[in-house]
Design a binder for this molecule. Structure first.
Ligand code: CA2
Length: 148
């Protein structure tokens, strides 16, 4: 079971629930983080949340996860999904298993969103299930042993 989980959200996801509700839903990021924290606590795990609009801050947060003994990362890299070799390299360097999450179905949108720089390194990808995707990914992370 994963005990120490880090949730990372990328650029513009701080706007969740305040703009484009048809595309991204009406739940705010703090509300999502609160639900995740409650679920993690119930399972006896600890969960830290981080959001940034800056690629370098996300890279630095992922690097810090290794000395913090984070054992699973849930990440919605937002637009950096489609551009960031730096975030890919950080995730590869720390060797912490992660799930890539998207609120929307990135395969049902513009062609440039189909390419992810992270998916082939991920344990799995959740895309198109809205805010529920975070809870589903957390449930998987809590049971993850790396053996199956
Ligand atoms: O579907 C997702 O979760 C995305 O990661 C969201 C990114 C987009 O660039 C990815 O292709 C798919 C965009 C995040 C923008 O977040 C907003 C939230 C509320 C209002 C406006 C933007």
């Amino acid at each position: 079971m994963a005990k120490n989980i880090l949730v990372v959200n990328g650029p513009n996801l701080n706007l969740l629930g305040t703009r484009e509700p048809d595309r991204y839903g009406s739940v705010t990021l703090p509300a999502i983080e609160k639900l995740l924290d409650e679920s993690a606590r119930r399972a006896g795990a600890t969960l830290a949340c981080f959001q940034s609009n800056s690629e370098s801050e996300i890279v630095e947060r992922i690097q810090r996860a290794a000395p913090e003994a984070v054992d699973f990362i849930l990440i919605n890299p937002a637009a950096y999904t489609h551009t960031s070799v730096a975030i890919r390299d950080a995730l590869a360097a720390v060797r912490i298993p992660f799930i890539e999450i998207h609120l929307s179905n990135i395969h049902a949108r513009e062609p440039f969103r189909k390419r992810s720089y992270l998916s082939d390194l991920a344990v799995g990808v959740v895309s198109g299930l809205g805010a529920k995707g975070y809870g589903l990914a957390l449930a998987y992370a809590l049971e993850y042993t790396g053996k199956d």
